[in-house]
Write a protein of this length. Structure first.
Length: 572
């Protein structure tokens, strides 16, 4: 099931998500990003850093609404960090708000935390394991099972507080009741789908989702009257998200273990590598993926509340709690199994050979070690890691920005250097910024001699100044520079963003010369034709004149012959 989805239209290919992803579980192929669930630890960091709302956490609000409309018994289990998530003067107003939404009962997940803490204490005292790793953070559990699978033997085989509380609720109110966990964690959505306890938590909402639901129903927390929880936790369980909240209750025990609490994914990975390499041992450690534990989880409302403000709210709420033991919990849970098995789900990633890596690096323009900038612009920590991702089919070569820039600049240089057109750039002061080889040849001057110099040193600047002042481009403008024997067709474009003029001129001198020569040939041809016509007319006239004379003479002679002939006939 996809817990985070991408909106392709909003993605600007900034690679922030990939840069932040600790397991590099995001494929970006043909400018389209997808999360690979088999590689993902569901930390939610990608969604937090995305400022373009291209990533969305799968919402279960409609599913919860449907359960409420169906008149089912819907129970809310709210995480211990809730006082830091909402701006209320009395934390119990949250109970009222949830009931207004339709929840029949509201309880604190911290009740489950108290049970889990007792199990941790039990394993701590038994001292059976070389190391002990707490298992309340599902994202950490994913990290170990997928990337440090040899360490699953140190994971305390106990469910998280969410599952523990869900089991209590299902046991008391029936498996047909609907339990909804509400908290700051994305990984809880995936944890609820785990086959070992599927059906215990029916839906998971983040605090951010809940705040949107409140707004949709026009529920203003400050206007509500507080109500108590159905069952409440005590100080120990509510301290779960606070600094040292989990391990502090075990730190006073005389034990072979050194008690540690580590927050932040990179710190967790560094610690796990130490354990994996047997660099340290005898550790009881609480690991949390988020830098400030659950207080700053990815599902916290995005209202820019300062971390220390959230932390202070939670501490003030904890201080209101009684210091009671787990045995005081108002539940009978002796027959409930709170154990959980952790096992290897090792992420199978293809590994390229050195030869294959060198080939891919070569295609990226990294032909020698000094070419490997390791700039992280593509989202990967190093060029070699980037090449590995290309080999795996997780990314495209063109995600390497220095490579693409070099390619673009190379192409630009080829065009600029080899263009048959005169190309130069002018700043707003009409001084030369760039001058291509064709311009050098046309005006008989070197580019280095013209850079920074006013164009008026070379040609008249009026046409350029007109474009600067009017901000109107000139296209196909014929200009003549007789001192250089040039006739040019100029295109002068004002680039407002860059504050420069781009001048592209086509040399039509030869064409103009050919046009003049053609005009002369045409004129001579016309004159010759006219002479021939006139001569022909004269000949025709002369012929006509001669024909007229001979015709008249012939008529006279024939008339005389006719008269003679008639006269002779009369004599007979």
């Amino acid at each position: 099931m996809k817990f985070i989805s991408f909106t392709r239209e909003n993605c600007i290919n900034c690679y922030k998500c990939l840069r932040t992803c600790p397991s590099k579980a995001i494929t970006i192929l043909e400018d389209h990003a997808e999360i690979v669930d088999e590689l993902c630890i569901f930390c939610g960091k990608c969604q937090v850093v995305c400022q373009k709302e291209a990533l969305h956490i799968k919402s279960s609000i409609e599913q919860v609404k449907e359960a409420i409309k169906s008149n089912k018994r819907v129970i809310a289990s709210i995480a211990p960090s809730f006082p830091g998530a909402f701006n209320v003067d009395d934390e119990y107003k949250i109970v009222t708000a949830l009931k207004l939404l339709g929840f029949e009962m509201v309880e604190e997940t911290a009740i489950g935390a108290e049970i889990v803490l007792d199990y941790y204490d039990k394993y701590l005292k038994e001292e059976k394991y070389e190391n002990l790793i707490t298992t309340s953070c599902p994202s950490v559990n994913n990290l170990i099972e997928k990337y440090y699978s040899s360490l699953t033997k140190y994971m305390i085989p106990v469910v998280s507080p969410m599952i523990a509380h869900g089991k209590l609720l299902k046991h008391k109110y029936g498996m047909d009741s609907v339990v909804v966990f509400i908290g700051p964690c994305l990984a809880k959505k995936a944890e609820a789908e785990d086959f070992q306890h599927k059906g215990i938590i029916d839906s998971v909402l983040t605090f951010e989702e809940l705040s949107h639901w409140f707004a949709e129903e026009n529920i203003i927390l400050g206007n509500l009257e507080p109500q108590p929880f159905k069952h409440t936790s005590y100080r120990r369980g509510s301290s779960f998200p606070a600094e040292g909240g989990l391990v502090a209750h075990n730190g006073s025990n005389e034990s072979k273990y050194e008690i540690m609490r580590i927050n932040g994914v990179e710190n967790c990975k560094e610690f796990l590598e130490c354990i994996e390499n047997n660099s340290i041992s005898g550790i009881f450690v609480e690991l949390n993926i988020c830098n400030n534990s659950c207080i700053d989880g990815p599902g916290m409302p995005r209202d820019n509340t300062n971390h220390y403000v959230r932390k202070d709210k939670i501490k003030r709420y904890i201080n209101k709690k009684e210091n009671r033991n787990q045995g005081d919990i108002e539940y009978n849970y002796e027959k409930i199994d709170f154990t959980k098995r952790f096992f290897s789900r090792k992420a199978n990633r293809k590994t390229a050979s050195e030869e294959e890596l060198r080939e891919i690096l070569g295609k990226m323009g990294k032909h020698k070690p000094e070419d490997e900038l390791n700039c992280n612009a593509c989202g990967y920590f190093s060029c070699r890691e980037k090449a590995e991702s290309v080999f795996e089919g997780m990314s495209d070569i063109n995600m390497c920005l220095p490579f693409m820039r070099a390619e673009a600049e190379s192409l630009r240089n080829v065009i600029f250097e080899n263009s048959p057109n005169i190309i130069f750039l002018l700043d707003e002061g009409l001084c030369v910024k760039e001058f291509n080889p064709k311009a050098e040849r046309a005006f008989g001057i070197k580019a280095e001699d013209m850079k920074g110099e006013p164009i008026s040193k070379l040609i008249d600047e009026d046409i350029f100044r007109r474009v600067i002042s009017t901000k109107e481009n000139l296209v196909s403008q014929k200009v003549i520079y007789p001192e250089y024997g040039l006739v040019l067709i100029g295109n002068i474009i004002y680039l407002e963003k860059e504050k420069v003029l781009m001048v592209i001129m086509t040399d039509v001198t030869l064409a103009e010369k050919n046009k003049e020569e053609l005009a002369i040939v045409k004129e001579k041809t016309i004159n010759a034709a006219q002479e021939v016509i006139e001569k022909q007319m004269r000949v025709a006239q002369e012929i006509a004149s001669l024909l007229g004379e001979t015709t008249a003479e012939t008529k006279v002679i024939l008339t005389k012959l006719k008269d003679i002939a008639l006269g002779e006939a009369g004599d007979i």
